[in-house]
Design a protein around this ligand. Structure first.
Ligand code: SF4
Length: 546
């Protein structure tokens, strides 16, 4: 058999699984379950099982349908609390800086791992400042996870991240092996030093609490220091997307004014055009004025991010081809296989497409392993930007300065999406993660190729536009299916957006970036709560694990 035949070889089907559709549904509707929903879910689950070749008994179909049937149709998500900074910030100029935005931390989800780890680390710091007599009474530390953190936290390893923060680990420096060790040996107990007191903590101190309720944000959690039943210190926190966190009573840190204030892409582009410069140069000036850093310091951070992105792609590609990702899906790694086979393709275009996809798969699989990734803008989307960065630097051998400038333009796109819409799948579905990442990567590619500011905007707009409405439905709550392949598609769409934008007549591009961000925000608000990182619908429901 030739390589080509081998590549396209599929398992033969000996029977027509869909010949008798009666077999797909479970006959009995259990008490207390909505009949219509039960029958639909039973049929969907059964059909998905036979189509994928799984043998599913009627009892298993019934159990799965009961497990996933909701008493009532899930409604649109409750609105976010108006006093959250993440809601208020859309009114003023963009003040985010690259060192806040591009964060290094453990996968698989910036809102479910990096955010919670930052939160419990923050609480630990606060607790250490309590008076010694209070600390002397402390007996227990407890973390309660709510909303999406509770619904899909198990698949994301939220409890391990939360525990790591409590015992003093920070996302950028935690050894992923420590988190893997917690997964493999969940009964470990760690002493936490608080003044003269030492309190033992373990995963049992992280409680998966209510998934539904009147929350200020869907990613809500509380952390408490207790003395018996008395609360010595308690703080309510929100993991608001991209690893950003807030807490009850949060006020954003005071920052210097930007040199070129903007709250819309139109204003940003006006600054670039009026000053006869680029979006990247305007962003550099703003980074320097807001943070007080020098140009060299800003670029030093950008270089760290670029190097980390290249490293995630390299380590993902270097994993053995038969590697299986952690979790119940038993998903085989495929980055190395796709890369090797694509390189054998006789068509150059397929080699390029295959390589770009493989780079995204590689970084995203690293995220799925819980290894260190870079939020650009999130962990779930952590394959998109690295794929394009790797392609530009390692394959196209582009001048690093061009890629640095691309990273600044990409950051501008991410800031604007954060400012006016969301980077959180629990608020806006996958359009807010992969969609924003793809838009950022399109701006990166265009900037690195010296495209004018309008072309950069058009590329970013196209990539975002064609992700609008994309839901978040990770199978079994693990950031693997659809997330890993979705990163590959995000990278390819980014490249397509760049190619279209640089070849069309830019002034005829009909949709502007700001309008598309407004559509992103509105679609996020209207999206049914089931499709916002709850694993209650979509692929999470129709894919049967066996
Ligand atoms: S489906 Fe998209 S948004 Fe949801 S976890 Fe996966 S990558 Fe993130």
């Amino acid at each position: 058999m030739s390589n080509h035949d081998e590549k396209f070889r599929v398992a033969s089907r000996e029977e027509d699984f869909l010949a008798d559709t009666n077999a797909l549904t479970s006959p009995e509707v259990p008490a207390g379950v909505d009949r219509r929903q039960f029958l639909i879910r039973s049929a969907v689950g059964g059909a998905a099982a036979v189509m994928t070749g799984c043998a599913v008994t009627p009892e298993e179909k019934t159990a799965k349908a009961v497990e996933t049937a909701q008493p009532k149709a899930a409604a649109a998500a409750p609105p976010l609390s108006a006093d959250l900074n993440v809601v208020k910030k859309g009114q003023g100029p963009v003040l985010t800086t690259v060192d806040e935005f591009y964060k290094v931390g453990p996968g698989p989800s910036s809102s479910h791992t990096i955010g919670p780890m930052r939160i419990t680390y923050d609480f630990y710091q606060r607790a250490t400042k309590l008076p010694a007599d209070q600390l002397a009474k402390a007996t227990k530390l407890q973390v309660n996870l709510f909303g999406s953190l509770s619904a899909t936290g198990k698949g994301h390893g939220t409890e391990r991240a939360a525990l790591a923060g409590l015992i003093g680990h920070e996302p950028a420096t935690v050894d992923p092996k420590f988190l893997d060790g917690l997964r493999d040996n969940p009964n470990q107990v760690f002493p936490v030093k608080l003044g003269g007191k030492s309190i033992d903590v373990s995963l049992k101190d992280v409680v998966y609490d209510a998934t539904k309720g009147d929350f200020k944000h869907p990613n809500q959690m509380t952390v408490k220091l207790l003395a018996g039943n008395d609360v010595l210190l308690e703080q309510e926190y929100y993991s608001v997307g991209g690893g950003f966190i807030e807490w009850k009573g949060y006020t954003p840190p005071k920052k210097n004014a930007p040199k070129y204030p903007f709250r819309l892409m139109k204003e940003l582009r006006d600054h670039a055009d009026t000053n006869k410069t680029t979006i990247a140069k305007i962003m550099l000036a703003n980074e320097m004025s807001i943070s007080g850093k020098s140009e060299a310091e800003v670029y030093a951070w950008v270089d760290k991010v670029i190097n980390a992105m290249v490293a995630t792609v390299k380590s993902g590609l270097a994993m053995p081809e038969d590697d299986v990702l952690p979790g119940p899906i038993k998903l085989h790694s495929k980055a190395a296989t796709v890369y090797k086979r694509a390189m054998d393709d006789k068509f150059e275009a397929e080699r390029g497409l295959g390589a770009l996809s493989a780079f995204a798969l590689a970084a995203s699989e690293e995220n799925g392993r819980g290894h260190l990734v870079i939020t650009a803008p999130t962990g779930g989307s952590a394959g998109v930007m690295p794929a394009v960065v790797y392609g530009l630097l390692e394959v196209r051998k582009m001048d690093r300065q061009k890629v640095r400038e691309g990273m600044l333009a990409a950051a501008a796109v991410g800031y604007l999406c954060k400012h006016h819409a969301t980077l959180s799948a629990a608020e806006g579905g996958c359009q807010a993660e992969i969609g924003v990442a793809s838009s950022m990567a399109a701006a990166l590619a265009a900037t690195a190729h010296d495209a004018p500011s309008l072309v950069v905007e058009n590329a970013a707009e196209s990539a975002l536009e064609h992700h609008l409405g994309m839901t978040c439905d990770p199978v079994a709550g693990y950031v693997q299916v659809p997330c890993i392949e979705r990163c590959a598609f995000g990278a390819v769409k980014a490249w397509t957006a760049f190619v279209i934008a640089s070849n069309e007549i830019a002034s005829r591009h009909r949709v502007n970036f700001d309008a598309t961000v407004a559509a992103l925000a509105e679609t996020a608000r209207d999206m049914n709560a089931k499709y916002k990182e709850t694993s209650e619908a979509g692929l999470a429901l129709s894919v049967t694990l066996c």
